[in-house]
Design a protein around this ligand. Structure first.
Ligand code: SF4
Length: 206
């Protein structure tokens, strides 16, 4: 039986590069799929992404700032996109008080229909992931979560509504624990976009 020797440190650097290249290719695929779907619906990809975000966060107070953080785009660009979506009657603004300029953004009926049709733009990716065996899929989810968490910690990406950045989260008896739900969570039950997430900027543990 042939035993393989442990890879040299340089091999890990090469692997890191290959994984980064694979992620770049996947992000290109996602961009292409989003572009195709958006074109079919006569809007542009960022407009589609905002409509899908609103569809997936129905109870949330969505503001320009929140969308700018979510998509890592300037408030000015988001504001222009929102004006366009409003002019097409896909979204509506809800003002807290008549006298204030502060508003939250909601889908109109037409916007909800458009978002519901567009939300399947990444179906090819989801079904391809479905072809991966369970153990590898769980490892993949774990690795991608760790990657997102690290990118958040080094300020490459903004606030993520994931468990490990949430005030309700703790490591209890070496397991993940949510103090809101008062239950332990397996690694694959960890959330990446939890509606109950409470911000915690200082994170004491991995
Ligand atoms: S509230 Fe949500 S994000 Fe926070 S620990 Fe519980 S499940 Fe995770």
């Amino acid at each position: 039986m042939i035993k393989s020797s442990p890879p040299a440190p340089q091999a890990y650097v090469v692997l890191d590069r290959k994984i980064a290249d694979a992620l770049e290719k996947l992000s290109q695929v996602l961009r292409t799929l989003a572009w195709k779907q958006a074109t079919e619906q006569s809007i542009n990809p960022i407009q589609l992404q905002i409509l899908i975000f609103l569809l997936r966060h129905p109870g949330q107070q969505v503001s320009i700032s929140l969308l700018a953080d979510e998509f890592n785009i300037s408030k000015a660009s988001i504001s222009d996109t929102i004006k366009l979506l409003e002019s097409k009657r896909f979204i509506k603004k809800e003002y807290a008080l008549a006298s204030t300029r502060k508003f939250t953004i909601q889908l109109s009926i037409e916007g909800k229909e458009l978002a519901s049709a567009g939300v399947v733009f990444d179906a090819a990716i989801v079904s391809s992931i479905g072809e991966i065996d369970t153990a590898n899929k769980e490892n993949l989810f774990c690795s991608l979560s760790q990657l997102l968490l690290h990118l958040y910690r080094i300020d490459v990406i903004s606030q993520q509504r994931m468990c490990q950045t949430c005030k309700y989260y703790e490591v209890k008896n070496t397991l993940h624990y949510c103090n809101l739900l008062q239950q332990y969570m397996g690694t694959t039950a960890l959330q990446l976009d939890c509606p109950d997430h409470l911000t915690e900027r200082s994170i004491p543990h991995e």
